[in-house]
Design a protein around this ligand. Sequence first.
Ligand code: G3H
Ligand code: 13P
Ligand code: NA
Ligand code: ZN
Length: 310
Amino acid sequence: PIVTSKEMFKKAYDGGYAIGAFNVNNMEIIQGITEAAKEVNAPLILQVSAGARKYAKHVYLMKLIEAAEADTGLPICIHLDHGENFDVCKSCIDGGFTSVMIDGSKHSFEENIRLTSEVVKYAHDRGVVVEGELGKLAGIEDDVNVSEEDSSFTRPDEVEEFVSKTGVDSLAIAIGTSHGAYKFKPGQKPRLRFDILEEVSRRLPGFPIVLHGASSVIPELVRIINENGGAMPDAIGIPEDMLRQAARSAVCKINIDSDLRLAMTAGIRQYMAKNPAHFDPRQYLTPGRDNIRTLVKNKIVNVLGSDGKA
Ligand code: G3H
Ligand code: 13P
Ligand code: NA
Ligand code: ZN
């Protein structure tokens, strides 16, 4: 069934695991993810960004996800990733999504509350759940000193007021993860502020927390890309043991996009390098999709712990 994340998060919170929230942009990505989840019986959040809607069109992604649900029978939540205003959230709610993120983190605290409340009201009246965000996602490397560093991370003293005034169903926080394939400087020791996560969850007992920017940037995939004509020096992500630690905590949703991109790209580059005369897209997209299937299965079983929970 197509579901909200309400039940998923409750079970994940109580069970000490996290649901994988995977970004989707085309059929091969959707098939790779959902076929993997089917093999290990895991519930899924498939998330769609504004860029994904622009690339593939809302209706195509909606129909492809419905097809994946029909094919697998898994509980799947369809989520808008990083909605930046009321209108995009409304469009996704009206268009059949069961969950939206309103990302008001770039606004003032007061404006974030106002905007998020507006989306929550529209969504809840229609049975749709909402993810909000407090704190700015940026790598620790972007921050020069401790006071600046603390200013971009989520402030635990704001979370209770934000959640109670807006009525959001989950909260994304900034503890040192960042988007993309270059999360830490070369030679820098990856570090996440688990102390902030603990303080947030102490203040919000039972409340689901979301981690963005949580790809591991799998070194093996980066190596394959670089050995087959790619150029991604110093790509680095969040170590898997830190993600496992997060999954055991109040974190109920872990967002993964970059690792999917690396898996697809590694498969295609490797195939292209070995088969320069081939030109049938089905031939080179197959190893891309296979890589995504393998990646997602490993994530679910070895990092998220959501296997067997569908
Ligand atoms: O948070 C960003 C996601 O990785 C989506 O990226 O906006 O390029 O689709 P995108
Ligand atoms: P990554 O770039 O680490 O995969 O993060 C994805 C994300 O947070 C999507 O919202
Ligand atoms: Na958890
Ligand atoms: Zn994100």
